[in-house]
Design a protein around this ligand. Structure first.
Ligand code: EPU
Length: 336
């Protein structure tokens, strides 16, 4: 097994934080992973590195999941059932689906990261969550080295949440994800305001999968920084869900506050709006700051430490709590 010593993880996390792995190995098969687990179980997993903030060198063996492969399990006239190995790049998979006219994940275009991590936080954007297309998740139990299959129900998906962030956190290594996608009569989701506007500007009335994907790519590019240019991890916080009574009181004070109804008693408020109102949008502190076009995104302009970014997040949280009485929850995985 090819274990490397003292490897910088800068190119393995989209925040571009430069910390070292004392020992590092990239694995490209389930078998290799099983062999490795026989020797060492106390490992640190890294995949696309798109949802983590590294704040210090990693003492544990860093295992980079690079298991590739896409297979069609079966198909009928209407649907296709696919299994994608964990190390495949998410956006490349989305583009491959669009090229093959497989529908269901086009709204999730351009999300950074790998397929294996998409169920963990149940990635979502523009009215679609990945849970709507996942049929099952296969994962290696770290303790036993055995493959376990999780059905969609077993995953217990929620908003930016799943069983892999809750009771099973740290216990499994996802090796593949299976999807059911449509081959015809696609259930297009073009009702999200920004998508509607983008399609209308191009005079598209009957959008194809590609039209939707292109619209999403254009919207994301206009708001979200490209990690290849400016280090970031997408939304740093979750959008808080608050009691509707608290929301109505806030609305009294701030009539323009945007919101989404969650249930009769709960309302979701965009954290980006709260952070902008608190004056942080576009604020730069040396090598790091808050993105100028989307306040939910913290950025590393190059050379910032994970701790600096974490301290900024804490400052934002304290300010939002004092100003709005809302406690923001960090969405990215802070490794400390
Ligand atoms: N807003 C502001 N100021 C800002 C940012 C947003 O006022 O700086 C307001 C917008 O004007 C709008 C509302 O907040 O009224 C919502 O903004 P947007 O449509 O940009 O979406 P979001 O709620 O900020 C969420 C996801 C994004 C996803 C978009 C689109 C979370 C934590 N974030 O952001 O996901 O792309 O919706 O569906 O749910 C990610 O998770 O990394 C991510 C980028």
């Amino acid at each position: 097994m090819n274990i490397q010593q003292n490897i910088s993880l800068k190119n393995y996390n989209t925040f571009g934080i430069s910390v070292n792995a004392k020992r590092f190995i990239s694995v490209d098969s389930v078998y290799q992973l099983q062999q490795l687990l026989k020797i060492e179980k106390d490992i640190f997993l890294i995949s696309g590195g798109s949802n983590m903030l590294l704040t210090k060198d990693i003492e544990k063996l860093v295992v980079h999941i690079s298991i590739k492969g896409i297979s069609i399990d079966r198909e009928n006239e209407n649907d296709v059932f696919l299994t994608i190995n964990a190390g495949e790049d998410w956006h490349e998979f989305v583009l491959w689906c669009i090229a093959n006219n497989y529908g269901g994940i086009e709204n999730l275009s351009l999300i950074p990261g790998n397929v294996g991590t998409c169920p963990i936080q149940n990635i979502g954007a523009y009215g679609v969550e990945v849970k709507d297309t996942i049929t099952k998740v296969e994962a290696l139990a770290i303790e036993t080295g055995k493959l376990v299959t999780f059905s969609n129900d077993d995953c217990d998906f929620g908003y930016r949440n799943s069983i892999f962030k809750k009771e099973q956190k740290g216990k499994y290594i996802i090796t593949s994800v299976s999807f059911k996608l449509t081959k015809k009569n696609h259930l297009l989701n073009a009702s999200y305001g920004a998508i509607e506007t983008e399609l209308a500007s191009k005079n598209i009335q009957k959008p194809t999968l590609k039209n939707i994907s292109d619209a999403v790519i254009a919207i994301r590019k206009s708001k979200l920084p490209d990690p290849k240019e400016i280090g970031n991890s997408g939304s740093f916080f979750k959008n808080p869900i608050i009691a509707t009574t608290q929301f109505l009181a806030l609305q009294n004070k701030y009539p323009n506050i945007p919101s989404y109804t969650v249930s009769e008693t709960e309302t979701k408020v965009p954290a980006g709006w709260l952070i902008e109102q608190a004056g942080f949008k576009g604020k730069r502190f040396g090598n790091y700051g808050v993105h100028e076009k989307q306040a939910l995104v913290l950025v590393n302009y190059g050379g910032a430490s994970g701790n600096e970014i974490y301290q900024l997040a804490e400052k934002i949280k304290a300010t939002i709590l004092a100003k709005f009485g809302i406690s923001l929850e960090i969405e990215v995985n802070v490794i400390s």
